[in-house]
Unconditional design. Structure first.
Length: 379
């Protein structure tokens, strides 16, 4: 039973240690929206909204998500008794289209509140079974192939179990070739963030020579049919990210043969209930999944790590330790990775298992609003 009385909505700014460039843009400083959901019992849960600064990954942005949370989504849960967090997805979904990242922030916060009220870890509440999860790194587009090799070598030495390199037309085949020849047999993959068209199939086919474990989202987000055609022409497995916005898209992907692997980001699909449903569907069909990232702070990372402890997350996730992104994170202890490239799941702690550094958050906050439920619900 959860009963959210108040939501503290904050925006913080957090500068990345190194700029992160993908095919559609570059990010140097994250604008991160945080939610603190305070239950009537006094317990509070936290979540992070992964909407970006610009609408280049999805249509949502920091501004649209703030508006959606404040205007339509928070009022659906505030001041209302809800039997369990698995119901929140439908409560938020009814007659509100899109805004998955905004919905996810509210929904995932409710799961965190529920875990704290039940005095269990978020991992175990979600159905997680692992105590450690394998970790990969996502390396942004570098100035030239040599710079990529240098960065990727460092990542391999750090222990990462999967190296993902961002690509775009003009920074693809030469970069991947250089990475493969410098790194030997490591698990290597490329992520195009929708930078190609089906007409580029022959060009992309050159990547088949480098034994990539997968190529992520080569074509447009709505291009399930074209991805199926591309997959028929490539030996390299396709993995979908942007395209899988809900369970039905994943069903379509499987039916059409659009991809063989799925990157699950709970923010992209509207929260944990949808992420779990996609995980279960993929498990049933023998489709491996892994947990993607959106350059989250330690709070969003905590949610991802709990999710990645579910059994079908069989490939390393984009779950790098705090120090890969930030000079200083907003949780204690910070997220770390051991020399084998594993992150420990705090499965023995209540909630997501790290403490929120309130002083640090206060220092970084640029905007703050308190959302209250209406005292009486007007019909
Ligand atoms: O496509 O997976 C992506 C970051 C921002 C937007 C899209 C993507 C990414 C990443 C970052 O790859 C992965 C991470 O958080 O380390
Ligand atoms: Mg991606």
């Amino acid at each position: 039973m959860i009963h959210i009385g108040r939501i503290e909505l904050r925006e913080i700014r957090l500068r990345l240690k190194e700029p992160f460039r993908i095919s559609s843009g570059v990010c140097e400083e994250r604008r991160i929206t945080l939610l603190e959901l305070v239950d009537a019992s006094g317990a509070s849960g936290w979540s992070e909204c992964v909407a970006g600064e610009l609408p280049n990954y999805s249509a949502e942005t920091v501004e649209t998500a703030w508006h959606a949370i404040k205007t339509w989504l928070a009022p659906r849960v505030l001041g209302r008794t809800i039997a369990g967090p698995e119901l929140v997805c439908d409560i938020l979904g009814r007659d509100i289209c899109g805004h998955n990242m905004a919905k996810a922030a509210v929904e995932m916060g409710c799961w965190d509140v529920a875990a704290r009220l039940m005095r269990v870890s978020l991992s175990r509440l979600l159905g997680g079974t692992r105590d450690r999860v394998p970790t990969g790194i996502s390396i942004g587009i570098q100035s030239d192939p040599d710079a990529l090799v240098e960065r990727a070598r460092r990542a391999v030495a750090d222990g990462y179990r999967k190296i993902k390199v961002k690509i775009r037309p003009g920074a693809d085949v030469d970069y991947v070739r250089a990475a493969r020849s410098a790194l030997g047999g490591v698990d290597l993959m490329a992520d195009a963030n929708s930078a190609y068209r089906l007409a580029d199939a022959d060009h992309l086919k050159q990547l088949d020579a480098f034994d990539l474990i997968m190529i992520e989202q080569p074509l447009g987000r709505d291009d399930l049919i074209r991805h199926a055609e591309l997959q028929r022409r490539l030996r390299t497995p396709i993995c979908l990210d942007e395209s899988i916005t809900d369970l039905e898209k994943c069903e379509d992907m499987i039916a059409l043969g659009s991809a063989r692997i799925v990157n699950i980001k709970p923010g992209r699909v509207g929260g944990f209930a949808a992420a779990k449903a996609i995980h279960d569907l993929c498990q049933q069909y023998g489709v491996p999944v892994w947990c993607g990232g959106m350059l989250e702070s330690g709070i969003g990372r905590a949610h991802n790590i709990a999710l990645a402890s579910l059994p079908n997350f069989s490939l390393p996730g984009d779950l790098s330790p705090s120090a890969r992104y930030w000079e200083r994170d907003i949780v204690t202890p910070e997220w770390t990775m051991d020399a084998e490239g594993m992150v420990t799941v705090p499965a023995g702690r209540i909630g997501f298992g790290v403490d929120v550094d309130m002083d640090r958050i206060d220092d970084l906050t640029v905007r703050h609003e308190t959302l209250h439920g209406r005292a009486t619900v007007v019909a």
